[in-house]
Structures are given as C-alpha cells and as structure tokens.
Design a protein around this ligand. Structure first.
Ligand code: ADP
Length: 401
C-alpha cells in the first residue's frame, strides 16, 4: 500500500556506456522539482559515484576499484543499492529514460511496453554505441520494478518535424525508404533550450534561432518558432561538428580509402571515427576542451581553432536554411563555460554583424552580445534530465487521465 502522505516522485536515467547519470524529482503540480542528482562515471576504469542534493551539498562521493564496477549493469545495481534507502517517503510514479534513437517511428516520448521494447531494440544498428546502453536499464528496471511505468524519451524525436530537404542524403531513393536519413540528435537538449528561451526571451524564441550544443558531443540546430528545422547531426551522431573524439563531417572517400587502401576493418574505422578523432585526433593531446585551451602546444591551438571555425560555418549554413538569424544560443559544457570558444566562434561571424561584449562573455552572462551587435547572443544552460522528467510526468498524467 502506498503511504498517502508520500510525496509523488519520478526518477530519470541517462545511461551511457561509461557513465550513468540519474536524477530524482518531486512532482509539484504539473511540473517537477529536483530532489537529488548524481552520476556513476568511469565505469570499468575509475568508477566514482557522486550524488548531490538540490542545493548542491554532497550526499555521497565514493570511488571504486575498476573491477568492482566493471560494467554498466553492475553500475545500475550500485546506484540502486545506494538509492533505495533514500526513497522512503516518496511515492514513485514512474521512470524516464534517455534513449538516443527513436528511428523514423517515434516523434515524441512513449510509455515502454513489450512491443515498444522490440521496436527500440530494432534500432540498435542505427546507434550501436548508445542504444544498447540506453535500453539496458529499461530492461533491468522492468524486471526489478514491473509495477513502475517507464517512459522512453528520444534524442531524435524533437527533429522529426524536419522538412524532407533536411532529412535527405543525395543517395539512391530506396535507402531513404529503408531509414537511411538525417535524424539529428541532442533533441532533448534543444527542446529544453527552446522551452527556456520561450520563458526568458519570448520574442527571440519566436524567431529564427541557431542553438550550438557544444559538449563532448557537439551539434547545432536551426529553430524556427521553437521547432527544429535542421540539425548538423545526420544518420548517426557522428556527422556535423568535430567533437571530443568523434570526427564530425568527413569526406566519405576517406572511409573508402581507409578500408580499401589501408586495409582497416569496418570496426577499426568505426573506432577511429568515434573514439580517436575530433579534438583528440586533431591535437594528439586531449579530447577535453579545457585542457586544450590551457595547453601551450600549437597542435592544441589548431584543434580549438578548427572547432571554432566549423561551428561558425555550421551557424552560417543553418542561418541560410532559416533565411536569417535572430539569435545564436550557446549551450552544453563548452558552450556554457568557455568564453574563449564563444569568442572564437563569434569572431568568425563578424561579417554577419555579430559583436560580442567581452565582459559579459567572460562572466558567462545570459546575454553576451555588444549593444551594436546585429544578432543577440545568448548562453542558456541545458538540462536534458529535466526535459526527460517533464515528458515522463506528462505521459504518465495523460495515462492516468
Ligand atoms: P557531455 O556531452 O559529456 O555531457 P558536457 O556538456 O559536460 O559533455 O561538455 C564537456 C566538455 O565541456 C569538455 O570538453 C569540457 O572540457 C568542456 N568544458 C567544461 N567546462 C569548461 C570550461 N570552463 N572551459 C572550456 N571547456 C569546458
């Protein structure tokens, strides 16, 4: 029996191959409020569980030996064991999950049942690295807590309204019908940023906006009136901008060369493009933007400059799709925290009338354009977990109604 005094709450899981992030939210009316959030990262290397309450106070910070938490499945149990005693007094209404790929099928979140699970499993070949890690906790939790409804929220869903022109590759038509299309990713982040923008800057939010999600994974998205029109990411989360370790857009002839002339297997090419390229490949030093900015090595400077140039080029291309640019928004780890990168990108867009306010940029203010800038420049912190939590609440409320 549920304690009638118990506080309704939901849990959000964002599971990757080497880390699992999680948040517990209290339900407040038709929105949610953070209770605690944490991550177990470094799975199989330097596992560390860190959890903080809503005020930022540390609840746990514990390191493990690599073989103690060698797999994501073990990590789920470690999190579950820590969490369970903290759930007294809460009435859990459900669990929301980040799932990278909803394929051509899902244009919004969905309550998971056997059929949905089967469909999502069928999308594993579309995102082999991520989809499996995302589905594993859903499978485990369906076994352990079958009474709790689970909601899958997709990185692709927000982009499903793209016009056909933005979805196509110039490839034989049959491939499109088979699902070889530009899906776009980071959709939960863009959806959250669009909603935050609507609250903070409604006039801008109604216009033509490019959002640059610059984290370990990086992409940019064209929004018209808060809806996604085009994304730099394509069939996989490999396309578009260079990332921490992913190449971004590449002449497909290079892939043929690696296979045909250098004799690499498809798996070896995959490892190179996903894990050894991007900022790490360019610099030969690090995939971490902070380290590259701090490094005196010319290779590091080249990687940072390459990144800024490609982001600026992407902004210009997306502005062309939009037919203008009413604002440029920076978000995610690099976008929110690196004045150097924001300046590098804005500087390359000066021809568009983009002008940065150096002090506001250094301070990471919400508005960082100079008074004479033709284009407003904004920093909007993203929150993918909150977006998943809201979707979960609304899906479950809809079901209850
Ligand atoms: P993830 O995609 O893993 O969620 P994040 O959005 O946290 O990634 O972004 C991670 C990236 O943000 C890393 O390259 C990190 O170096 C960069 N980053 C975080 N803080 C700063 C900073 N102050 N200056 C420059 N880069 C930063």
């Amino acid at each position: 029996m549920t304690d009638p005094a118990a506080v309704p709450a939901l849990f959000v899981v964002n599971a990757g191959s080497s880390s699992i992030k999680f948040k517990l939210y209290r339900v407040v009316g038709d929105d949610i409020a953070l209770e605690l959030g944490g991550a177990l990262d470094g799975i199989g290397r330097l596992p560390r569980l860190k959890v903080k309450d809503a005020a930022g106070a540390t609840l746990v910070d514990r390191s493990f030996a690599a073989d103690e938490v060698a797999t994501a499945t073990v990590a789920q149990h470690v999190i579950g064991d820590w969490l369970l005693p903290h759930l007294d007094g809460y009435h859990m209404i459900g669990i929301g999950h980040r799932v990278v790929h909803g394929g051509p099928t899902f244009s919004g979140p969905v309550i998971v049942d056997d059929k949905v699970m089967e469909t999502l499993t069928g999308f594993i070949p579309l995102a082999p690295l991520h989809q499996l890690s995302n589905l594993d906790p859903i499978r485990v939790l369906r076994e352990r807590r079958p009474e709790l409804p689970q909601v899958a929220c997709f990185d692709t869903a927000f982009h499903r309204g793209h016009p056909e022109l933005s979805e196509r590759f110039a490839l034989p038509r049959a491939l499109y019908d088979e699902g070889v299309r530009r899906y776009g990713f980071h959709g939960l982040s863009y959806e959250y940023v669009a909603s935050a923008l609507r609250l903070a800057e409604p006039e801008i939010a109604g216009g033509r906006v490019v959002v640059a999600h610059l984290g370990s994974g990086a992409s940019a998205c064209a929004l018209r009136d808060g809806r996604s029109i085009e994304s730099t990411m394509g069939f996989t989360a490999l396309d578009g901008l260079p990332m921490g370790t992913r190449s971004g857009a590449l002449d497909p002839g290079v892939v043929l060369h690696l296979i045909e002339q250098k004799g690499l297997s498809a798996a070896e090419v995959g490892r190179m493009l996903y894990n050894q390229s991007g900022l790490l490949g360019l610099s030969g030093i690090s995939n971490d933007m902070r380290e590259l900015i701090a490094s005196p090595a010319p290779e590091a400077a080249l990687a940072v400059e390459f990144f800024c140039l490609k982001v600026a080029q992407a902004v210009a291309a997306l502005a062309t799709t939009l037919g203008g640019l009413d604002a440029l928004v920076f978000t995610a780890g690099i976008g929110e925290h690196s004045p150097e990168v924001r300046a590098g990108i804005a500087g390359r867009l000066a021809w568009l009338g983009v002008r940065l306010d150096a002090a506001a940029n250094a301070a990471g203010a919400p508005r960082i354009e100079a008074a004479d800038s033709a284009v407003p420049l904004l920093v909007v912190p993203t929150d993918e977990e909150r977006m998943i939590g809201r979707h979960t609440l609304h899906m479950l409320a809809g079901r209850a109604g």
